[in-house]
Design a protein around this ligand. Structure first.
Ligand SMILES: Cc1cc2nc3c(=O)[nH]c(=O)nc-3n(C[C@H](O)[C@H](O)[C@H](O)COP(=O)(O)OP(=O)(O)OC[C@H]3O[C@@H](n4cnc5c(N)ncnc54)[C@H](O)[C@@H]3O)c2cc1C
Length: 393
């Protein structure tokens, strides 16, 4: 194998391209926009920059946020310090940094739209707006709106959420998270350098209804959208069964990031999984361990063990977290109450925010901490009831 085509130069594609080019493969990245302000919060968890320290150790503008406020209907708000800062980038800056790294490693970067990819006897024929190209292997990194029908996740409407919001010219030093009545999703206010990303994501509700919910929230908090820039995009949110039949790789190709649906179905975190899957795809491609025809399977297995099993379990939890009821109240309202009353629950939430508490280990952590105060004992019993057992995943 000599030439790899990376289709899409967002975080997933540029990360994979950097690794492949650094290892000496001829790597071509095709992206129709290159660095751009992709609709996104831009938040990177501790899990991401611990794994890839360059994400925090650089001179690119970013905000380090150490506090958050969580709110739910009927119970108000609770402030919570983060155990590890959340790093927030504008997506233009983050994408630009990642593309520059790929280019410095030797990847060729071309601004063009890929229109079609066709499997040949050996390799691929690519049709782009600029002409044609050939490659031995394809990394599909075209995001959630992947238009290449023969590669990547086959999305059904139940596997996506709608996400929209405003970039508001204002300042703030902490994150706000607002849960809403009967919504499988939430509102966020993320401070960035020079502006806020205020947005809402939700499943099973129209974009108009979500926009109305967001604007009501902003109005109530005096956040004006007059000089703000509106954004909207698709957010992958795979149902639990879809994780198991997800088309992430095939003969001569692997899909990474949103093109493979690799987003946390509860938090909407996708940046880490985009880069991690780009990393694992390139490692699989470069490894001598698997013959070429076994690489698609090896990649599927690598991401499954690394994080997909956990996200698939998260998909089983999502509805219970946003729409479930516990102790005569909604789960989000109880979460706010538990943070107020229980240091153990606060520590658990802090680890979830940092990305260091997998969903698969939640139940055993709760069982291990049953010896707390009487209030914590009751809380753990109910949380234990709420969580499905891992065997059902
Ligand atoms: C509103 C919103 C808020 C979010 N907030 C967060 C957050 O705070 N933290 C977090 O971790 N995740 C967040 N996410 C998820 C995150 O944005 C994605 O998971 C991440 O961008 C995925 O990266 P990617 O490289 O796979 O895809 P993308 O970033 O979508 O990149 C795909 C690239 O492919 C290019 N492309 C597409 N089709 C073609 C084509 N045919 N030819 C050439 N180029 C093409 C595009 O131009 C684009 O540059 C959010 C998502 C949304 C929608």
């Amino acid at each position: 194998m000599n030439t790899v085509a990376v289709l899409g130069g967002g975080p997933a594609g540029s990360f994979a391209a950097e690794r492949l080019a650094r290892a000496g493969l001829k790597t071509m990245v095709f992206d129709e926009k290159l660095a751009w302000e992709k609709p996104c919060g831009g938040g990177l968890t501790y899990k991401a920059y611990k794994q890839y320290p360059f994400l925090i150790e650089n001179t690119t503008p970013k905000k380090l946020i150490t506090h958050t406020t969580l709110s739910a209907p009927k119970v108000g708000s609770v402030a919570m310090p983060l155990s590890e800062p959340l790093v927030i980038y504008s997506r233009y800056d983050l994408n630009n940094m990642l593309l520059e790294r790929a280019e410095r490693a030797g990847a060729q970067i071309e601004k063009t739209r890929v229109l079609e990819v066709q499997r040949q006897d050996r390799g691929w024929a690519l049709k782009t707006r600029n002409g044609t190209a050939e490659a031995d292997y394809c990394i599909v990194a075209t995001g959630a709106r992947n238009s290449l029908k023969n590669v990547g996740t086959e999305y059904s409407s139940s596997d996506t959420a709608c996400a929209l919001g405003y970039f508001v010219p204002s300042e703030k030093e902490h994150i706000d998270i607002q849960f809403l009545s009967k919504l499988e999703g939430y509102i966020w206010v993320f401070p960035r350098c020079g502006h806020l990303s205020v947005g809402i994501c939700g499943k099973g509700e129209s974009s108009q209804a979500l926009r109305a919910r967001l604007e009501k929230y902003m109005q109530e908090r005096d956040i004006s959208w007059k000089d703000a820039i509106f954004y909207a995009h698709v957010l992958p949110s795979l149902e639990s069964a879809s994780w198991h039949r997800n088309r992430v790789s095939g003969d001569g190709w692997m899909a990474v990031g949103d093109a493979a649906g690799l987003v946390d179905p509860i938090t909407g975190e996708g940046l880490y999984y985009a880069m991690r899957s780009g990393d694992l795809a390139s490692q699989t491609l470069l490894s001598d361990e698997h013959p070429m025809e076994a690489k698609a399977h090896a990649y599927r297995s690598a991401i499954h063990h690394d994080f997909v099993a956990d996200l698939a379990f998260g998909a089983m939890l999502a509805k219970r977290v946003f729409l479930g009821r516990m102790l005569f109240s909604t789960v989000p309202a109880q979460m706010v109450r538990f943070i107020r009353r229980s240091p153990r629950f606060t520590a658990l939430m802090q680890d979830l925010f940092a990305g260091t508490q997998p969903y698969l280990g939640l139940k055993s952590r709760l069982l291990r901490s049953l010896e707390g105060s009487r209030h914590e004992f009751i809380m753990n019993l109910f949380l234990n009831e709420l969580l499905p057992s891992q065997e059902t995943a």
